[in-house]
Ligand binder design. Structure first.
Ligand SMILES: *Cc1c(COP(=O)(O)O)cnc(C)c1O
Length: 395
């Protein structure tokens, strides 16, 4: 695995542990960044905030330590932490778009992202949007208008696990004076770093792989450009959806094991993808690490791994509730939305995470009621396979 990072003198796992958390030998030599709960910071002179700190919404030492670590991991010059993944998505869009601008987003964009684009940006703030199949670059090219300002994609899309040639799309976007934004939640910076491929903005729901323990709602935006950072910092302070010091600490704690977790997520997922591919109850398995994945070659070239998400479709045996019967029969794999935690989670996109999309939209994308999305955890893989096997007997 190639984990080199152009902005870092050392490897990913080292950065995950040490960046932002150098021991402070002027106080007690703590090896872990302290949680600074203070909402305000005292100064000796009116015009000299101590160490640049004035008020915690604007700047907080714990959040700053986290942001340093996040930037290092994504290979970015700047990172900003927010109170949820959607706060991060919203801030990335608010900081770069204005009324009259046109946004081109991928057609299977995360449902909640579609909700903020359609329900807030388009409905209330006059931003136009086109949804296109971005695995086809010519579809993006055709959607460009003189007012197009941004292209928005996901590193790995949900739930179909599609991937775009980021370098080619970044070139296309820049040729037309557009920015490229990438939601990198589904595969994590351990396997994919879009900024190094030419993207301008990366966002994360760090609720998922980044924190990794299903216990902190949080989001992050990363970029290299100083002007974009300035706009993001303005929005972070003006709108105020900041990550709390406690949650910043929780996220830092999770990030330290991101590298080892991702390796295990991936090896478990690969084993399970092969198991499912050979099971008679399964019609189709979508996993980036399988040669049958439509963008397998691209993913192999663009990423240093395939991640831990698998989407699969049960064979139609006449039981309309087959997927429900299957997921409700699992003993250890939890039936729950979300992903990226140490525990395996399973869900039915058409009935759960994508319930906001119309049945026609799901149909058009190829999402149906026999489709299941599995976030493979880091348990013993044999236990996961035993659980999947017994549940597949019951549907
Ligand atoms: C979960 C998720 C979000 C939203 O993140 P929250 O932390 O739940 O607000 C955005 N994008 C993707 C791809 C996600 O998986």
């Amino acid at each position: 695995m190639n984990q080199s990072n152009q902005n870092q003198p050392f490897g990913f796992a080292t950065a995950a542990i040490h960046c932002g958390e150098e021991p402070n030998y002027n106080t007690c030599g703590n090896v872990v960044a302290p949680i600074h709960l203070s909402t305000t910071f005292a100064r000796k002179q009116v015009d000299k905030p101590t160490g640049g700190y004035d008020y915690s919404r604007t700047i907080n030492p714990t959040r700053k330590a986290l942001e340093t670590k996040l930037a290092a991991l994504e290979g970015a010059r700047h990172a900003l932490a927010f109170s949820s993944g959607f706060a991060a998505v919203s801030m990335a869009l608010f900081a770069t778009l204005k009324a009259g601008d046109h946004l081109i987003a991928l057609n299977d964009v995360y449902c909640g992202t579609k909700r903020v684009i359609d329900g807030v940006l388009q409905r209330r703030f006059g931003v136009d949007v086109s949804y296109v199949d971005q695995t086809r670059l010519e579809a993006v090219e055709e959607a460009v208008t003189p007012r197009s300002r941004m292209v928005w994609i996901e590193g790995l899309s949900n739930p179909l696990l599609n991937m775009v040639d980021i370098r080619a799309l970044a070139d296309l976007a820049h040729r037309h004076g557009m920015l490229l934004g990438v939601d990198n939640t589904f595969i994590s910076p351990y396997f994919l770093r879009p900024l190094e491929l030419g993207a301008d903005i990366v966002v994360h729901s760090s609720t998922k792989y980044m924190s990794g323990h299903s216990d902190v709602i949080s989001g992050a935006v990363m970029c290299n450009d100083d002007e974009i950072r300035k706009e993001l910092a303005f929005c972070q302070n003006a709108i105020g959806a900041v990550l709390s010091p406690w949650d910043s600490y929780m996220l830092m704690r999770g990030l330290k094991t991101l590298a080892v977790r991702m390796e295990r997520h991936q090896s478990n997922a690969m084993t399970i993808a092969h198991f499912l591919e050979n099971h008679p109850r399964i019609k189709r398995v979508i996993y980036p690490g399988l040669e049958s994945h439509p963008q397998h070659e691209l993913i192999k070239r663009q990423c240093s791994g395939y991640g831990g998400m698998i989407t699969f479709e049960l064979a139609d045996n006449g039981n309309k509730r087959a997927a429900c019967d299957f997921v409700e029969s699992l003993n250890h794999i939890a039936l729950a939305e979300s992903l990226g935690g140490v525990e395996s989670l399973i869900e039915i996109p058409s009935l759960m995470t994508n319930i906001g999309s119309s049945p026609e939209d799901c149909e058009a994308l190829g999402i149906n009621d026999l489709m299941v999305r599995l976030s493979v955890g880091i348990e013993d893989v044999n236990d996961l396979i035993t659980d999947l096997s017994q549940a597949l007997e019951r549907c």
